[in-house]
Design a protein. Structure first.
Length: 378
């Protein structure tokens, strides 16, 4: 951290947090780094001591921000070195906020961590201490910052992330940009971000691996389905089943106008619940929503909607749809993100969709970018 005062405050709050969690029978002592010479990969020494005199020492690195890639590379190397020098000394990373992806990377490398929102993972064998608490899964407003690298939010990011999930690599940024209809500088910067988050791996300039499950979860965490899709609430006077039958009767070409998403689409792959609202994507223009409502016999209502018409603000929503029982649904990657970012029980349905996708990955992931415009056949 650049600001010495902010670092001191972070370290002291770390000590106080652990002291509160462990209680009066433990003593938590924070000492500045006293190792002479050199630029060390830690900022202080933390000692946790029990009443019977048994203690553990931890080297603490205080960071304003830490990425998953940094956790898996430099910090993992530091932790390994610390363990080789002294088996009983451990590394702890502290920060105002640590993202879920970074937490995963730290835990995978047996690195303790603590952030000021309550995300804590501490495992010590002697004295026996196990602490695992969950805090904020999104960065607090005070921790957000402007960056030259694009985030996983927004329409352009959604278009590229779906392409990465749906098509098996290898491929280059130039190929992705052309296929997604995005600028090469934007794609290159977003790929940098995804590599920092350990969501993709590259060999030089070639993307060689995509962790599509974590990629879709990361996208969903930064998305709110109902907020982004501007839903119109409708009631179906003849019932939702009649609407579904009407969608079947409209024929194959109707998929260009309406796609099913949400609980009713998830049920085709993961029948874990019944009921819920029927969610239908329509083209962005308001007159399209009204035309679809008229065609399906729907009536607008201010509350208690049985059907939600969602405005598809980007063409990627229509990419790689799936036909199930004569009705067209969004592609699996779109469905997973929609459910994971939806209300109520939808995130649980999204996890079931991801499980289905994992089991049938060979069936829905395209083997080549040239096939990225084709519907998905299961």
């Amino acid at each position: 951290m650049d600001n010495a005062h902010a670092e001191h405050e972070l370290l002291e709050r770390t000590r106080a947090t652990l002291q509160d969690l462990l209680g009066p029978e433990w003593e938590v002592i924070l000492q500045p780094d006293q190792v002479p010479g050199g630029d060390h990969a830690w900022d202080a020494m933390l000692q946790i001591k029990s009443t019977d005199g048994v203690y553990v020492q931890m080297l603490v690195e205080a960071k304003e921000r830490v990425t998953p890639k940094e956790a898996a590379d430099r910090l993992a190397s530091t932790a390994s070195l610390v363990r080789r020098v002294n088996h009983y000394t451990q590394l702890m990373v502290v920060s105002p906020w640590i993202s879920p992806l970074t937490q995963d990377a730290l835990r995978s490398n047996d690195i303790n961590y603590l952030d000021l929102t309550g995300n804590i993972s501490l495992r010590v064998g002697r004295p026996a201490i196990v602490i695992h608490t969950q805090g904020a899964d999104r960065a607090p407003a005070s921790h957000r910052h402007r960056s030259s690298k694009p985030l996983l939010t927004g329409l352009r990011a959604g278009r590229l992330l779906r392409l990465l999930a749906d098509v098996v690599p290898p491929y280059r940024a130039t190929e992705l940009a052309k296929r997604a209809g995005l600028s090469l500088p934007y794609v290159s910067k977003l790929l940098d971000t995804l590599e920092d988050q350990l969501l993709i791996q590259r060999d030089g300039k070639v993307v060689v691996s995509v962790d599509w499950q974590r990629l879709l979860r990361a996208r969903a965490m930064q998305t709110d389905l109902l907020r982004s899709a501007n839903p119109m609430g409708m009631i179906a006077p003849n019932g939702v089943k009649a609407v579904l039958h009407q969608l079947e009767a409209t024929g194959p070409g109707y998929r260009r106008e309406v796609l099913i998403t949400g609980s009713y689409a998830a049920r085709s792959f993961a029948p874990v619940s019944v009921g819920g609202q029927l969610m239908l994507y329509v083209q962005e223009a308001p007159e399209n929503a009204q035309a679809v409502a008229n065609e399906l016999g729907l009536m607008p209502v201010p509350e208690g909607a049985e059907v939600l018409l969602l405005h598809a603000r980007d063409s990627s929503v229509w990419q790689r749809p799936i036909e199930i029982a004569g009705r067209w649904q969004v592609g699996l990657s779109q469905l997973a993100v929609d459910c994971l970012s939806g209300p109520g029980r939808m995130p649980a349905e999204g996890e079931k969709v991801l499980a289905f996708m994992t089991e049938h990955e060979h069936a829905w992931r395209k083997p080549d970018l040239s096939l990225s415009d084709e519907p998905t056949l299961l």
